[in-house]
Design a binder for this molecule. Structure first.
Ligand code: B12
Ligand code: SF4
Length: 493
């Protein structure tokens, strides 16, 4: 049987890096790890082909080759997924849908033949068994969570790595916390499930042996969800692995309590991590209480960020406005926090209630969910009726984005960050595309861009104060260009 795995297109979003990727001649930021894992779960007698519409076209030849199309993705890819489904159906091809998009909104996809939902490790074998017997059902669901020891190494051979800016590895699923707006615990559980160090090393080896030397994203919900295991098992294995390797700098997602553990920070840096995304959400304790983000409460969040930066990890941060406890002063407080923290990549969103979260259930009861979840929390929309009124929230939200991504403030923040940041010992080797990216950014940002003065000022400042951080300074300048374009298109009036 020929299985065609299709990954729908991401719209231009904060995380798509659409306006940054051309500088390094890449087509997409990240590969479709879910589909690559599903491909690896298929029995050997199946032939597989993977088309990631973000990096290549889905051709008629692909469709006529296939006996069955497998489509997977996130809510933000909904429109493209619907178009692909329609194309498959028009060609008489049966469609199987799985992954977060279909799992969260199965009722939206009446024309999908088989919905194989939740974790494929649990539901795919049942579907394949029924398929073999000639009676596949319409919907497959799992009641629990899979044992990650059964998750195979993704089928990396199905993609062309050079089209992507980063590769992905997953060590754990689930999170010990329970923030009201987040559905991670519902989807993946409260107790983090972990792969063994041997599994993770095998995945890293498969990526490294394919010639990859650039960054690798550990796509965990919360990488430090089980700190003892991390410190005793995984990080020592990663430190050992890296001894005879070049490049492959890691980044991940974690909770703020990372700042409380200097040993953990040191080990992560030694293992090759240089950046971490953290949900900061709000500098206001009342908001943190409201959304049950207890791990962020009663602490000096600003100092915590600096501790992590000084250890050698860049902090990327998530921020939310529109909590019931928010007053008009929150907008300026968020701006001040973001500027002072030196969090260059600040993902600020208006509070949204994804289906399946406790927030969704609460606001539904209060008749305050008024539209569908867009799937992108940085698109200047929300599906809830905020207590402060939508117009006030939108105006305040736009003012934050305008301030923090204005060239002056953005570049000031980059310098704030670089003043604190400990120069990493492990870096990716500079390749030819990065050298070209420097020249391209010199022309695009340094000659044509509104930010040209700030751009050259940053480069000069870096040359004098932190010369070893020059590649990072250029990368951040390019990211700034992307974030500003996204704001101009979707958020600014
Ligand atoms: C990495 C990641 C990203 C990366 C995406 C990289 C990429 N191209 O994959 C980036 C940073 C870009 C990203 C962005 C966002 N993300 Co994100 N992200 C994740 C994360 C942490 C890991 C995804 C992953 O690779 N998992 C590992 C693979 C193996 O798991 P998987 O994809 O789920 O696949 C499994 C099953 O779903 C299933 N499966 C998957 N596909 C298919 C297909 C078929 C046919 C079948 C049968 C089964 C199947 O089998 C797989 C094995 O079990 C998940 C959380 C998570 N733990 O999964 C959130 C998650 C996918 N993101 C989410 C969201 C909401 C977002 C954002 C809006 C911002 C945010 N708050 O995080 C943006 C939206 C995108 C944008 N604005 O551009 C939600 C999706 C909710 C939804 N209904 O779509 C998740 C689930 C997190 C959450 N709980 O809120 N994200
Ligand atoms: S810490 Fe992050 S992953 Fe964990 S529940 Fe809160 S928002 Fe979700």
């Amino acid at each position: 049987m020929n299985i065609l795995l299709v990954y729908p297109k991401f719209p231009d979003t904060f995380w798509s890096f659409t306006y940054a990727l051309p500088f390094v001649r890449k087509r997409a930021a990240f590969p479709p790890l879910g589909l690559l894992t599903v491909a690896a779960l298929l029995p050997d007698e199946f032939s597989r082909r993977l088309v990631d519409v973000n990096v290549e076209c889905l051709t008629d030849d692909d469709l006529s080759w296939a006996d069955l199309a497998f489509i997977g993705g996130m809510a933000v890819q909904r429109e493209s997924a619907k178009q692909i489904i329609a194309r498959c159906k028009a060609g008489g091809l049966k469609v199987v849908g799985g992954g977060p998009l279909f799992t969260a909104e199965p009722d939206e996809f009446a024309d999908v033949d088989h919905l194989v939902l939740d974790e494929a490790e649990l539901t795919l074998p049942c579907f394949l068994e029924d398929l073999k017997n000639g009676h596949p059902k319409r919907i497959y669901r799992a009641s629990g969570f899979c044992d990650m020891h059964c998750t195979p190494t993704p089928s990396w051979g199905l993609i062309s790595m050079k089209k992507y800016a980063s590769m992905n590895v997953q060590f754990s699923r689930g999170c010990p916390f329970n923030c009201e707006f987040c559905n991670v615990t519902v989807l993946f559980g409260h107790r983090p499930r972990l792969k063994t160090p041997q599994q993770v090393i095998a995945e890293l080896d498969s990526i490294y042996n394919a010639g990859w030397r650039s960054s690798i994203f550990f796509v965990d919900d919360n990488f430090i969800g089980n700190r003892p295991y991390l410190k005793e098992e995984l990080l020592p294995a990663l430190i050992e692995w890296r001894k005879d390797k070049k490049g492959c700098v890691f980044f991940t997602e974690a909770s703020i309590n990372l700042a409380d553990d200097p040993d953990l920070l040191e080990m992560m840096v030694k293992a090759g991590f240089d950046a971490v995304f953290i949900g900061i959400e709000s500098p206001d304790d009342a908001c943190l209480t409201e959304c049950k983000k207890n791990q962020n409460k009663n602490r000096d969040l600003l100092q915590n960020v600096k501790i992590i930066q000084r250890a050698g990890l860049q902090v990327m941060g998530g921020f939310i406005v529109g909590f019931d406890s928010d007053t008009q002063s929150i907008f300026q407080r968020q701006i001040d926090f973001i500027q002072n923290s030196g969090i260059v990549t600040a993902m600020v969103g208006m509070l949204q209630a994804p289906p399946g979260t406790r927030l969704f259930d609460r606001l539904k009861r209060e008749n305050r969910v008024n539209s569908a979840f867009s799937g992108d929390n940085v698109d200047g929309t929300t599906n809830i009726i905020p207590r402060m009124g939508l117009d006030s929230l939108l105006a305040g939200y736009r003012s934050i984005m305008k301030e923090i991504y204005s060239p002056g403030n953005f570049y000031r923040r980059v310098r704030n960050f670089m003043k604190e940041f400990k120069t990493p010992e492990i870096t990716a080797p500079i390749n030819f595309q990065q050298v070209l990216a420097f020249f391209r950014s010199g022309i695009r940002l340094g000659l044509w861009g509104k930010e040209r003065f700030h751009y050259w000022h940053l480069l000069l400042w870096t040359l004098i104060r932190r010369p070893r951080l020059m590649p990072l300074a250029i990368t951040l300048a390019i990211y700034g260009h992307h974030y500003r374009r996204i704001c101009e298109i979707y958020i600014f009036e």
